[in-house]
Unconditional design. Structure first.
Length: 80
């Protein structure tokens, strides 16, 4: 029974991480969409846009990793 509790705890932890990462990634994607609407120079925009793109890509990779973790944990959850 204790091992099942650990699995449930881990699933909840991964779900919480997923929600936080998803929200942050959505914010970065929104920032990319809004880019160019400000009064910044084109050179600043290129550098910052590349940075935002990298951060968004990192977020998507992290979400993919969390998805994989959930796929591994799901079969270990107790059935009801």
């Amino acid at each position: 029974m204790e091992e099942i509790d650990k699995v449930v705890e881990e699933v909840e932890k991964v779900k919480k991480e997923w929600n936080e990462a998803y929200s942050k990634t959505q914010d970065h994607i929104k920032a990319i969409r809004e880019y160019g609407k400000s009064g910044r120079s084109k050179e600043d925009e290129k550098n910052s846009l590349a940075r935002l793109n990298g951060i968004a890509q990192d977020g998507l990779s992290f979400l993919s990793s969390l998805d994989f973790n959930l796929d591994l944990l799901a079969p270990q959850l107790p059935t009801q």
